[in-house]
Write a protein of this length. Structure first.
Length: 150
């Protein structure tokens, strides 16, 4: 796990605990986010797609949403850090980070994802939701809803 990823995880933990992050934030201010997310998600999002297929459409939806929110130019650096940390925490092939950060008591997968999703919810536009659904449909097939008779 890279020092950058660990730094992002520390920022996420501090933000979740209400601690100031200014002293850490300067180290991520001028990052090439496209490069960082490409290394995390894989070429053509192969790591994200592999994870999505493993966990299913519903569990993957927040991560696909994160992917599109990060690409929006209105997304702040702090929001990108939080998204990167949440994705890295869940997708990390190494359990080392989870063992190291368990002592914080706040970085459980679902808690981290829900916290970050709540922080970026205002960035999730109808256009982003359309892209998310199109991606999930491409990976899982078109979702249909059956209406039961009353």
């Amino acid at each position: 796990m890279s020092s950058f990823t660990i730094l992002c995880l520390l920022i996420l933990a501090d933000v979740m605990l209400g601690r100031p992050v200014g002293h850490l934030f300067g180290k991520v201010a001028n990052v090439n986010w496209s490069e960082k997310f490409s290394s995390l998600l894989g070429k053509d999002c192969s790591n994200l797609k592999e994870y999505a297929i493993r966990v299913g459409r519903i569990a993957a939806k927040p991560f696909v949403t994160f992917f599109y929110v990060v690409r929006d130019e209105q997304t702040t650096t702090l929001e990108k850090v939080l998204i990167f940390a949440a994705i890295a925490y869940v997708l990390s092939p190494s359990l080392v980070s989870k063992r190291v950060f368990r002592f914080l008591g706040v970085l459980d997968d679902s808690i981290a994802v829900a916290y970050v999703f709540n922080k970026i919810a205002d960035k999730v536009t109808p256009e982003i939701l359309t892209k998310v659904d199109a991606t999930l449909n491409a990976w899982f097939g078109i979702e249909t809803v059956e209406v039961l008779p009353a």
